[in-house]
Design a protein around this ligand. Structure first.
Ligand code: C2E
Ligand code: CA
Ligand code: CA
Length: 542
């Protein structure tokens, strides 16, 4: 396949063996490289790299052998250039696919580049990646103790929803200024995203960290002139201490988060220090899931999918949990726990059966209505996945060609023989597959042609980026067009999700996108509501 759109996304694709010996270079890649140093192509990928960067490349590989990404200098005929290399291991072959993008245009000013890469655009505070790096530096430095505090604003959502994002942004900027004033110079203040701030308190134990956190409470409690009516906000804070509450970054952050939730549950606007007993919170969510399954607290909603003529053609089934103890819990929150606790194959099969039964009912109104169902990567790992899918379809008596299974790129990346066999077998029976959250990894490009996939779903992050007229020529738009063209060039249909406004809709329609899903045309809803829409549509047609 030679696709002009692929050139625009990736500059070169290599396949190398475990010693980085080059086994394959994509054609556009060969053109892009030219003949490096006026000689023939080198045999080893490391020989293409700047000698000072080869080490950091092999280190990145050692650290994360399954997939890693790093920025290095590459020597090609036109001279030296900065590239980003994303590497994915092909498990069976013990080889790597290396996706190379020329990033020199973004690195014109190295210092500015580093600052932008390490700091949050809005507040100028450390971003998530840089904060992590700073914590890891503490861990390596061997200091006897330090603390992480997680701060989550109370009442921010209300400001944002009532007064709009501009006001919300102003509040976040003001918050970052107030917090900056109360921290010491060797502390690191960061923003993880949204209204979530983090603080690395160097050399401090939980008791001294608590004193700083109390100052933060006072700082945030002052009225905000930035918001109308002098809005009052609060902040819920959780603290975790090294080494008592964790000896690595992710454990410390997770435990600070648990402590922060303690503060929220205890009435907000307060500080909690992680207690080792808090782990039970997690267990109780797990227990509640077990219980919820028995009590029938799980159900599905269906989000309508339309073609670009705005005809309803199908729906995506989305899992919901209304817990007696926790209220409505978002799937992003409970699905990871379900996966981890080994219940996903069970709950996933249940969702599939429920969706197929519902589909049978929809078919009475519209025989070619299509139902998409999400499949977690851990379901593929499980035994008899294909048999469960076939059983659900047979039991409901629906035409298999009206069922689409949504799988993620990570399912494909972990692709083992077992996954591929299950995919092929189900495809043979007429069931189709769609790649969910497409674009969040370049990984699947290589796999798309090989595996029996029939469509891609462009991740809503890309759709969100098509926000306004001003970004008409933006890279984001080009990227979306490139994805659509690439998909069409290998006969895949394209679904866009997260479509929230007419501008996005029009752009996607003009770019040849096939199906549209999002709040603009319909939120997730009950099966009855979908039936109502089908009645309406038939009424219009009749
Ligand atoms: P997903 O598969 O990417 O599902 C789309 C998510 O986008 C849904 O979130 C949906 O409510 C939301 N969404 C739809 N239109 C819009 C829009 O216009 N704007 C915005 N901002 N969001 C929109 P939801 O229901 O919270 O589900 C979150 C994730 O949980 C899903 O992401 C999926 O990964 C997972 N999930 C949900 N149900 C299941 C399931 O039955 N099995 C598995 N394995 N995962 C599921
Ligand atoms: Ca999905
Ligand atoms: Ca998605």
């Amino acid at each position: 396949m030679s696709s002009p759109t692929l050139d625009r996304v990736l500059d070169a694709v290599f396949r190398v063996d475990g010693n980085y010996a080059i086994k394959f270079i994509s054609e556009p890649g060969q053109r892009w490289l030219g003949s490096p140093l006026g000689q023939e192509m080198p045999r080893n990928f490391l020989a293409l790299l700047h000698p000072a960067d080869a080490g950091s490349f092999t280190d990145a590989c050692k650290k994360q052998p399954d997939d890693f990404s790093c920025d290095v200098r590459l020597i090609k005929s036109g001279g030296e250039c900065w590239v980003n290399v994303r590497a994915y291991r092909l498990g069976v072959l013990d080889q790597y696919v290396l996706c190379v993008i020329d990033i020199s245009r973004w690195r014109v000013d190295d210092a500015a580049y580093r600052h932008a890469a390490e700091h949050d655009d809005l507040t100028g505070l450390a971003n998530r990646a840089f904060f992590k790096k700073m914590v890891e530096a503490q861990l390596h430095a061997g200091n006897p103790t330090f603390c992480i505090a997680l701060l989550d604003l109370d009442g921010f959502k209300k400001v944002n929803d009532t007064y709009g994002h501009a006001m919300g942004d102003a509040v976040l900027v003001e918050t970052s200024k107030r917090l900056t004033r109360i921290v010491a110079s060797d502390d690191v203040l960061g923003r993880l995203g949204g209204d979530e701030f983090v603080l690395l308190l160097a050399g401090q134990d939980a008791a001294t960290a608590q004193a700083v956190a109390k100052n933060a409470l006072l700082a945030i409690a002052r009225p905000y002139d930035t918001a109308p009516h002098n809005a009052y906000l609060g902040v819920s804070i959780g603290i975790a201490q090294f080494p008592d509450h964790g000896v690595d970054y992710s454990t410390l952050l997770k435990n600070a988060d648990t402590a922060m939730y303690h503060s929220k549950n205890a009435g907000k606007n307060r500080v909690s220090i992680f207690a080792v007993d808090d782990v039970s919170v997690d267990f109780s969510l797990k227990a509640a899931i077990h219980n919820g399954i028995q009590e029938g607290e799980f159900y599905l909603e269906f989000q309508p999918q339309y073609d670009v003529q705005r005809k309803l053609i199908g729906a995506e089934a989305l899992m919901r949990w209304n817990s007696r103890n926790f209220g409505r819990v978002a799937p992003d929150k409970f699905i990871p726990i379900v996966e981890e606790s080994g219940l996903m194959p069970f709950l996933g099969t249940w969702a599939l059966r429920y969706a197929c039964h519902q589909l049978k009912k929809f078919h009475q109104k519209m025989p070619d209505f299509v139902m998409s169902v999400n499949v977690s990567p851990v379901q593929f790992g499980g035994d008899g996945f294909d048999a469960h899918v076939l059983a659900a379809i047979t039991e409901a008596g629906v035409d298999p060609t009206t069922v689409i299974l949504e799988i993620t790129e990570s399912t494909l990346m972990r692709s083992q023989e077992k996954t591929e066999r299950a995919l092929a077998l189900l495809r043979e029976r007429g069931i189709r597959f769609s790649i969910d959250d497409f674009g969040t990894g370049f990984s699947s490009l290589a796999y798309l042609t090989r595996l029996p996939v029939s469509s891609i779903k462009i991740d809503k992050a890309f759709v969100r980026a098509i926000e306004n007229e001003r970004s008409a020529s933006s890279t984001d738009k080009k990227l979306v067009t490139a994805m659509i063209n690439l998909a069409h060039s290998i006969d895949l249909k394209v679904v866009a999700e997260g479509v929230e406004n007419e501008l996005q809709f029009e752009f996607l329609k003009q770019s040849g996108c096939n199906l549209i899903q999002g709040y603009l045309l319909g939120r997730p809803m009950s099966a009855d509501a979908i039936s109502g829409l089908l009645d309406q549509q038939m009424g219009v047609v009749a």
